[in-house]
Design a protein around this ligand. Structure first.
Ligand code: ADP
Ligand code: MG
Ligand code: MG
Length: 937
C-alpha cells in the first residue's frame, strides 16, 4: 500500500483535522477542521508536506501513488459538486493554493479558475449565462498562470506587468477608462493576446489540458518553497527549510458573479488592540485577492449587515463557532456566491503584542483557555510592543494645531514612530544600516519588501486595508504601521509624496501614529509606554492603565509556573530600580568598570594604571575606593535583600588610557605625569589580541591591590547597608577564570579583606565568592573550580567567543554570509549555540554540581534575555538567568514557557485540578527528574 499523500475534505467530512498542521499545512488542516465542524467549505483536497520533502530529496519528482490518489480525490470532488474537471458542458474549476505549516509570505500566489480552456469556457458561459464573467475568469486564469507557473515576468523596469500593459492597450483602443467597461469580446481577445505573449516570450503553448494545468500548478507550489523571498522570511523567523509546504486544490466559488456576490476577510477580534469585536472588510462583486491587494479600498464588515443581513448573521455565528472550537482569534476568508456564504480559510490571526496579551488574558477570563495555554500562546518578544514608546500627547496636539497633520490612514500597527521618508525597501535597509531611522513609504507593499520593513521604524502605505500585506506583516513584526492613507500621492520616480499641495521629499521627517492612523510632518517626541509610565516613571495610576493591568496579570501567571529566577544586568542604581519594577529578583551582573568612566574617576583610574610602585598604585586606588563604595551602596539600597553579583575588574587596562594626542596632552597637564611616560605605558599595554590578553582575573593576580580595593568597597558598602537593617547578599564574582588556581588566588584576597572589613565595621554580612564560567577550560574543569566557587555564572559572550573562536567585534565581516549559507542557523551571539557552547555549559553545570550539589548557577551574557536560550537554560537546570532591565518581562514569560514545555503541560494541568499535596508531589518528581536528566548526560 503506498503512503497516503492526499487528504480529502468536503460534504461535511474531512480526512484531516486542525491538529494535522505539520502534514497538511495550516490552510489544509483548517479547511479540514471547518469542514468537520459543518461550516460551508467548497470541497477539495490537500497534498501533504511530505510530498514537498520528497520532491526536493528526489530531484523534483513525485512519489509513486500520488497521481493515483490525486485522481481519486478529484473524482470525489466531481461527484459531490456534480461537475467534471475538463467537461466542456459543465466544467469543475478549482483553485490551487499553497499552505505551509506556518503561514509565510513569498510562497506561490494562489491560482484561481484552473480548468478553464477554450472548450470549458463555453461550458462556464452555458452554466452561468454570463459571457462577460466567464471570459473575465478565463482572462484572470491565463494571467495568473502565465505569471506564477510559466514565469512570464516584466522584461524592462518600466513594464511593471506585461499583462497589464496589454489590458491598458485594450482600454485605450476601446476608449474606456476602467477594466469593468471592457466587454466580453474585449476580454476574449485579451485571453488570446495573453496566450500569444506567453508563446512569444516563453516559447510554450498555454496548456489546454486541465490535468497539465493542474500538475503545472502543483509543481509551482512546491518550487515556490525555495524561492528567495520565502527563504528570506524563514531565515528571519527561524523556520526550518525542511518543513515543506502542502498544496490545496479546492472547488472554485465566485464572488464576482454580480451584486449578490462578494468576498471578504475578517478577524474574530481586533488584531491591533485585541478588543473582543468582529473586525473585517469586504467587497461586493469581487474575486479572490481583490480585498487584500489594496486595489479597491474595501468596506468595513458592519456594512455587510445592511447589504446582506442573513450572511452577516451567519458570519457572526461562524465567528463564535470557530473561536470556541479553535480557542484562538481567527483570521478568516469568505466568499459569497449569489447570496450563499462559503468559508475559504481560517487560521490563528496575526496580532500585535498588545492584542496577543489582551486576547490571551480575555480568553482565560472567558473560560476558553487555561492560564498555561495563555502563557504558551504569547511569543515572549511580543511583550516588546507593550514597552514601545507612544507620542507625547501635548506635542502631537501642538503639531496638529500647527497644521502639520498631513493625512489620516488606518491604524494597522500601534505605537509611535518618527523617521525619515524612504520609498524603497533597499533604501530602508541601507539607511538603517547607517543608523538612520526610516519610515518605509509605499503605495502598497509586497513580499519583496520584507527586509525593508524589518529595517524600518514604521511603515506607511497609501493603499490597502487593515488586512493588506503591509498591515499583516507589520503587525507580526511589531512595527508601527499606517495603511490606506489615500490622501498621499506617492511618486516613486520623483521620490516624493504630494499631499494637500505640500511636497515631502525622500529624507524628510514624518511621524506616524499606528494607534490612530495619523501621519504628521516632522518629528514628534515619544513618551514611554503605558506599562513604563506605571512601573518606571510612576506617573500613571494602574487603575487608569488597562494595558498595564493585562500585562501584570500575565506576568503573575508566568511567575506561578516558572522555575528559573530572573535577575538583571545593571551597573547603576537607576537601572536596578527599573529592573526591579519589571520584576527582577536580583542582579546577575554588575560590571564595575563602567563606573570608572564617570566624571573624574577616570583620572584616578589612569593614575592607578600608570603607577610605578605598589604605593603609588594604592594611593590611586584609595581615591577610587570611596567612589566605588558609594556606587555599591546605592545598588544595595535599591536591591534590598535580593542577591547582587558584582564582578571584579575585567577589561584590559589600555581601554582606560587616553588614546589621541590631544587626550594624552590634556591628561598630562592635569596630572603632571609626563606625556612621554604615558605614551610608554600605552605602548607597554598594547596587545595583539586583547580579548585573550591581560584582562579579567589576570589583572587582579598581577595587581592584587585592585581586587583588594574592590572587595573592600563592596564589603564596606554591604556592612553600611546591613547596619540599616537590610539583609544584603553580595556575591563577588571573579572573571575569566580558566584554572582553579586563578580562583584560589583571588578568593584568598577576597576572604582576607572581607574578614578584615567586617571586623573593622563590627558587623557580619553574608557574602559568597564565585566565578564566571567563560573560558572553555573552566567549563571542562568545573568540578575543580567548584571546590572553590560557591556559584557559577556563565559569561556566554566570552564563552561563545572562545568556544567558537569568534571575535564578536569582528564577525560582521562574515556572519551574514554564514547565516545566508545556513552554516550557522542563528547568530551565536544572540541565541546560544546549543550543540557547542551549550554543551560546554551543560558540562559546567554537571561537573560543578558533582563537587558542590548546591552550587548556584546562572547566566549573565547577552543570551540571558533571549527566549530560546532561556529555554535551554531551564533544561540544563540553571538557577537563574540575568538580562538587561527591559528584557526582564520577556525573560519571565520565557522561563514560564520553558517550564510548561519542558516539565510537561499535562502535569501542570493536573496540578491545577488536584489538591495541594499532589501538587507538591508532582513538583518534587519533576525536579528530581530534570536533575536526573542533567546528571545522566
Ligand atoms: P493566501 O494564503 O495568500 O491568503 P489563498 O489561497 O487564501 O492565499 O487565496 C488567495 C485568494 O483567493 C483569497 O482571497 C481566497 O479567498 C481566494 N480563493 C482561494 N481559493 C478559492 C476558491 N476555491 N474559490 C474562491 N476563491 C478562492
Ligand atoms: Mg488566504
Ligand atoms: Mg567576559
Amino acid at each position: 500500500m503506498p503512503k497516503k499523500y492526499v487528504y480529502f475534505f468536503g460534504g461535511g467530512k474531512a480526512e484531516g483535522t486542525a491538529e494535522m498542521k505539520n502534514l497538511l499545512g495550516g490552510k489544509g488542516a483548517n479547511l479540514a477542521e471547518m469542514t468537520n465542524i459543518g461550516l460551508p467549505v467548497p470541497p477539495g483536497f490537500t497534498i501533504t508536506t511530505e510530498v514537498c520533502s520528497y520532491y526536493y530529496k528526489h530531484n523534483q519528482t513525485y512519489p509513486k501513488g500520488l497521481e493515483e490518489q490525486v485522481k481519486k480525490a478529484l473524482a470525489k470532488v466531481e461527484k459531490l459538486v456534480g461537475r467534471k474537471f475538463g467537461d466542456p458542458k459543465n466544467p469543475l474549476l478549482v483553485s490551487v493554493r499553497s499552505g505551509a505549516p506556518v503561514s509565510m509570505p513569498g510562497m506561490m500566489d494562489t491560482i484561481l479558475n484552473l480548468g478553464l480552456n477554450d472548450e470549458t469556457v463555453k461550458g462556464l458561459i452555458e452554466q452561468t449565462k454570463n459571457e462577460r464573467f466567464a471570459w473575465d475568469a478565463y482572462r484572470r486564469f491565463v494571467q495568473m498562470y502565465g505569471d506564477v507557473v510559466l514565469g512570464l515576468k516584466p522584461e524592462t523596469k518600466e513594464e511593471m506587468d506585461p499583462f497589464e500593459v496589454l489590458i491598458e492597450k485594450k482600454k485605450k483602443a476601446r476608449g474606456v477608462e476602467h477594466d469593468v467597461e471592457l466587454t466580453a469580446e474585449d476580454l476574449k481577445e485579451l485571453v488570446y493576446e495573453f496566450k500569444e505573449l506567453i508563446k512569444k516570450r516563453k516559447g510554450v503553448d498555454f496548456p489546454e489540458d486541465p490535468w497539465e494545468q493542474l500538475w503545472g500548478a502543483i509543481g509551482a507550489v512546491f518550487r515556490s518553497w525555495m524561492n528567495p523571498r520565502a527563504v528570506a522570511y524563514r531565515k528571519i523567523y527561524n523556520i526550518s527549510d525542511d518543513m515543506g509546504t502542502a498544496v490545496n486544490v479546492q472547488t472554485m466559488v465566485f464572488g464576482n458573479m454580480g451584486d449578490d456576490s462578494g468576498t471578504g476577510v475578517a478577524f474574530t477580534r481586533n488584531p491591533a488592540t485585541g478588543e473582543n469585536e468582529f473586525y473585517g472588510e469586504f467587497l461586493m462583486n469581487a474575486q479572490g485577492e481583490d480585498v487584500v491587494a489594496g486595489i479597491r479600498t474595501p468596506l468595513p464588515i458592519e456594512k455587510l449587515k445592511e447589504v446582506m443581513p442573513n450572511v452577516y448573521e451567519q458570519l457572526l455565528k461562524v465567528r463564535q463557532i470557530l473561536e470556541s472550537r479553535l480557542k484562538d482569534m481567527q483570521d478568516i476568508e469568505f466568499t459569497i456566491e449569489r447570496g450563499k456564504l462559503y468559508m475559504l480559510q481560517t487560521r490563528a490571526g496575526k496580532r500585535t503584542g498588545f492584542a496577543a496579551v489582551r486576547i490571551a488574558v480575555d480568553m482565560v477570563e472567558e473560560g476558553l483557555i487555561t492560564k498555561e495555554e495563555a502563557l504558551l500562546r504569547i511569543e515572549p518578544d511580543a511583550l516588546n510592543h507593550l514597552l514601545r514608546p507612544i507620542f507625547d500627547a501635548k506635542e502631537k496636539e501642538r503639531a496638529i494645531k500647527e497644521g502639520r497633520l498631513l493625512a489620516k490612514g488606518l491604524p494597522a500597527g500601534p505605537g509611535a514612530a518618527t523617521g525619515r521618508v524612504v520609498f524603497h525597501s533597499e533604501d530602508a535597509e541601507e539607511w538603517a544600516r547607517r543608523g538612520e531611522k526610516v519610515i518605509l513609504t509605499r503605495i502598497e507593499t509586497s513580499p519583496e519588501d520584507i527586509r525593508g520593513m524589518y529595517a524600518a521604524e514604521g511603515i506607511l502605505t497609501s493603499r490597502g486595508g487593515m488586512t493588506s500585506h503591509a498591515a499583516l506583516v507589520a503587525r507580526q513584526m511589531g512595527k508601527v504601521c499606517v495603511v490606506g492613507c489615500g490622501a498621499l500621492d506617492i511618486d516613486y520616480a520623483k521620490k516624493e509624496i504630494r499631499v494637500n499641495g505640500q511636497v515631502i521629499k525622500e529624507g524628510d521627517y514624518v511621524s506616524i501614529d499606528g494607534s490612530t492612523g495619523e501621519v504628521i510632518l516632522g518629528k514628534i517626541t515619544t513618551k514611554p509606554s503605558e506599562v513604563l509610565q506605571v512601573l518606571v516613571e510612576k506617573t500613571l495610576d494602574p487603575e487608569n492603565a488597562p494595558v498595564y493591568k493585562q500585562f501584570e496579570k500575565l506576568m503573575k501567571w508566568a511567575d506561578e509556573v516558572r522555575r528559573l529566577r530572573i535577575r538583571t544586568n545593571a551597573d547603576l542604581p537607576k537601572q536596578a530600580e527599573i529592573a526591579v519594577a519589571f520584576g527582577a529578583e536580583g542582579i546577575g551582573l554588575t560590571r564595575t568598570e563602567h563606573m570608572f568612566f564617570e566624571g573624574d574617576r577616570i583620572v584616578s583610574m589612569r593614575k592607578m594604571i600608570l603607577a610605578d610602585t605598589k604605593e603609588e598604585r594604592e594611593s590611586a586606588l584609595n581615591e577610587l575606593l570611596p567612589l566605588q563604595r558609594q556606587d555599591f551602596y546605592g545598588i544595595f539600597k535599591v536591591m534590598g535583600d535580593r542577591p547582587v553579583t558584582i564582578r571584579t575588574l575585567d577589561p584590559p587596562l589600555h581601554e582606560f588610557l587616553p588614546h589621541t594626542d590631544e587626550e594624552i596632552k590634556e591628561f598630562s597637564e592635569k596630572t603632571g605625569i609626563p606625556e612621554e611616560k604615558i605614551r610608554r605605558r600605552i605602548s607597554e599595554l598594547k596587545e595583539f589580541n586583547p580579548m585573550l590578553g591581560f584582562r579579567g582575573c589576570r589583572l587582579g593576580i598581577v595587581y592584587p591591590e585592585i581586587t583588594a580595593m574592590q572587595t573592600r568597597a563592596i564589603i564596606e558598602a554591604a556592612c553600611d547597608v546591613a547596619k540599616e537593617g537590610i539583609k544584603v547578599k553580595p556575591e563577588i564574582m571573579i572573571p575569566l577564570v580558566g584554572h582553579v588556581n586563578e580562583l584560589k588566588n583571588q578568593e584568598k584576597i577576597v576572604r582576607e579583606v572581607a574578614e578584615k572589613v567586617m571586623q573593622e565595621k563590627g558587623i557580619r554580612v553574608e557574602y559568597s565568592v564565585g566565578t564566571m564560567i567563560e573560558v572553555p577550560r573552566a567549563a571542562i574543569t568545573a568540578d575543580e573550580i567548584a571546590t572553590v566557587a560557591e556559584f557559577f555564572s556563565f559569561g556566554t559572550n566570552d564563552l561563545t567567543q572562545m568556544g567558537m573562536g569568534l571575535s564578536r567585534d569582528d564577525y560582521e565581516k562574515f556572519i551574514y554570509k554564514y547565516l545566508d549559507l545556513g552554516i550557522y542557523d542563528k547568530d551565536p551571539f544572540q541565541t546560544i549555540d546549543v550543540k557547542g557552547v551549550g554543551e560546554l555549559m551543560r558540562i559546567g553545570v554537571e561537573k560543578g554540581r558533582l563537587t558542590r550539589p548546591d552550587l548556584k548557577v546562572g547566566i549573565c551574557g547577552e543570551h540571558g534575555g533571549d527566549p530560546a536560550t532561556i529555554e535551554f537554560c531551564h533544561k540544563i537546570g540553571l538557577d537563574y538567568v540575568s538580562c538587561s532591565p527591559y528584557r526582564v518581562p520577556i525573560a519571565r514569560l520565557s522561563a514560564a514557557r520553558a517550564a510548561l514545555l519542558y516539565d510537561g503541560f499535562k502535569k501542570r494541568e493536573m496540578v491545577k485540578r488536584t489538591d495541594r499535596k499532589a501538587a507538591k508531589k508532582v513538583k518534587a518528581t519533576a525536579k528530581s527528574k530534570s536533575k536526573a536528566k542533567v546528571n545522566k548526560r
